[in-house]
Structure formats: C-alpha cells, structure tokens
Design a protein around this ligand. Structure first.
Ligand code: ADP
Ligand code: MG
Length: 254
C-alpha cells in the first residue's frame, strides 16, 4: 500500500429533505489498499459510495478521485473506476461472453473476455446464461465486469451478502488478488470477520458520521487497551471453522 491518497473526501454532506443521511464525513483512501466502510443498515455507506462514483449528487463538501473533482470531472472519474452493478443490471438471457462484449462496447475496452472469465474462475461458464449462475458465480461475474475498463479503483457494495462460507472465501481471495494487481478496492460489508481479514483499513460509520477509522488491528488493540475483555474465554475454533473443515475450501457450484 502506498501513502498516496487516491480518494479524498472532505466534510461530505448528503441530505434528503430534512433528513441528513451523510453528516460531514472526511476520509482518505490510499492507493492500492482495500478500504472498508462498515456500519449498520442506513448508516450512509451506499450513499457515500454513490457520491464518490458520481452517480448521486452531494449536498455539500468536496470529493477528489485520483486528482479529479466530482463536480467538474465526472467523465474522467467514470473512466478510471469500476462499479459493481446490482444483479438486476444484467440481461438474464445473454450468456457471459455476450454480456462482457456488451460492456466492452460501452467502454471501448480491449480486454479479452475469456481472460476476464479466467480471472474470476468462470471459464467453464462462458456460454451459460447469467440467470443460470449460482449466487457466488453471479457475484464473481459482476466483479469481473468492474474490471473491464482496467480501472484504478473498484467499488463493491456488500459483495458477499447471502453467500455460503466457501463462496465468501473465494471472493476474499479474488478481491485480494485484484488489490495485489494494483487496483484500489472500496468495499462495504456487514461481516466483521470479513472486514478483519480483507481490509487494510476500515472506517466505521454510524448515522452519517465516521466514528472511527484505522487498520483493523489498531482498532482491536485500542479496544483491548481500554481494559476490554470478552465475556467468555474464546474457543480455539468456531462453528464456521468446523463447517469449512468438514466441507472443504474448494470451489463449489456456489
Ligand atoms: P447504508 O448503505 O449504510 O445501509 P444508505 O446510504 O443506503 O445506507 O442510506 C442512508 C440513509 O439515507 C437511510 O436512512 C436511507 O433510508 C436514506 N436514503 C437513501 N436514499 C434515499 C433517497 N433517495 N431518498 C430519501 N432517503 C434516502
Ligand atoms: Mg447500502
């Protein structure tokens, strides 16, 4: 991870009428990191992402993405980011190769569709229709589509919600690989185990405000330093460990 900021958010506010969904938040995302936005439902995570993605208008504040301002340089920003679509954004009756060609046309990209499918381990589904994919496969495919324009930054809003343990782990590996290849990743999740394993830094957001921001380890150390102790002695394994031990880590028809 470099120390250069690729995204800078200053005093960002988003109001819907009388209601303030994002209430003056400031943070930086460093080039090459996986940055997690964590927080309960309604905290303002998706709103914040959509403003940075130039898909939603801010009320006030400043957002700079790779040197471009979201007010003046929307087209430039769109070229260097990849945004994961909700599954409803895909034509259900086209096969994966056809869908990728559709995006390649939109972005005038030179990416090879089979290369892309190989990256997300969907080579053997190239001729399958989107609607025939399992939940995990759909998520991997939608992550593949964020890479079509070879973006500097990708945005993943709850990419692992609803997936089984194997599919979730497969997605973690994929997201780390994308980061290791130089792409900055911003992700939201409700799973704290996932954030702890995956994210280089996290911001915890509640009621539109950032209440903490740091590396997962530093946040944990800070809590422990206050004298915090778990109520029960921690077991050496949990039920998820049992599940993975019994059913294996292998790729599934997830
Ligand atoms: P999160 O992604 O953290 O769950 P959101 O950013 O989706 O939260 O929403 C933050 C708050 O803003 C929620 O209370 C939500 O109901 C509200 N909100 C989101 N979009 C709109 C909208 N278009 N109009 C009015 N309120 C909205
Ligand atoms: Mg959301």
């Amino acid at each position: 991870m470099s120390t250069k900021s690729i995204i800078t958010v200053k005093e960002l506010v988003k109001s819907y009428g009388d209601f303030t969904a994002v209430n003056g938040i400031s943070f930086d995302v460093k080039e090459g990191e996986i940055f997690g936005l964590l927080g309960p439902n309604g905290a303002g995570k998706s709103t914040t992402l959509e403003i940075i993605e130039t898909l939603r208008e801010k009320t006030s504040g400043e957002v700079i993405v790779d040197g471009f301002n979201i007010e003046q340089d929307q087209a430039a920003i769109k070229k260097i980011i990849g945004v994961q679509l909700q599954s409803s954004g895909f034509y259900p009756n086209l096969n994966l190769i056809e869908l990728i060609h559709l995006f390649i046309g939109l972005y005038q990209s030179s990416v090879d569709p089979m290369d892309l499918l190989r990256k997300v381990n969907l080579e053997d589904k190239a001729n399958a229709k989107y609607k025939q994919l399992s939940g995990g496969q759909k998520q991997r495919f939608s992550i593949a589509t964020t890479l079509i324009n070879k973006p500097k930054i990708i945005f993943l809003d709850e990419p692992t919600t609803g997936l089984d343990p194997q599919a979730r782990r497969n997605l973690w590996d994929l997201i780390k690989e994308i980061r290791d290849n130089g792409t900055t990743v911003i992700i939201t999740t409700h799973y704290m185990d996932e954030a702890e394993i995956l994210c280089d830094r996290v911001a915890i957001i509640d009621s539109g405000k950032i209440i903490s921001i740091n590396t997962p380890n530093t946040l944990i150390d800070e809590l422990v330093a206050t004298g915090f102790e778990k109520a029960k002695e921690v077991k050496k394994a949990n039920l998820e460990d049992v599940f993975i031990h019994l059913t294996g880590k292998a790729w599934r028809e997830d």
